[in-house]
Design a protein around this ligand. Sequence first.
Ligand SMILES: [Zn+2]
Length: 121
Amino acid sequence: MASLIYKERLGFLSDHHKPELSRHFMTASTNAMPHQLAVLLGIEYSDAIAILAVLEAEGLCEMKLLIYHNCEPHVPAGAIPYGIGFPDLPWTCPHCESIVENYDELSFDLMAISKQSIEFI
Ligand SMILES: [Zn+2]
């Protein structure tokens, strides 16, 4: 049984966005990252974050903070629950095993994981 997200919660969504989003979130455990949704829908990054924030507030997805180390900037080196702040330092990178003592070496992104199928209407 899909959970329904009404358009009024996300006023900037067009009639073209809703079926795209419903298709993306058709099954549980779907991953969504803000830049991915922005490209998929042709919307701003900040609007994509707004969509994920609404889904999290409705309890429909779990949000994670992905951690990237500058040794492999495009491959996440870790993930922690979103909302508890940044990882504790020193932090050991699982890719290169270096001990990171400065946030300048790290970058972060968000990832939402849906708990159930979501239909946007
Ligand atoms: Zn590393």
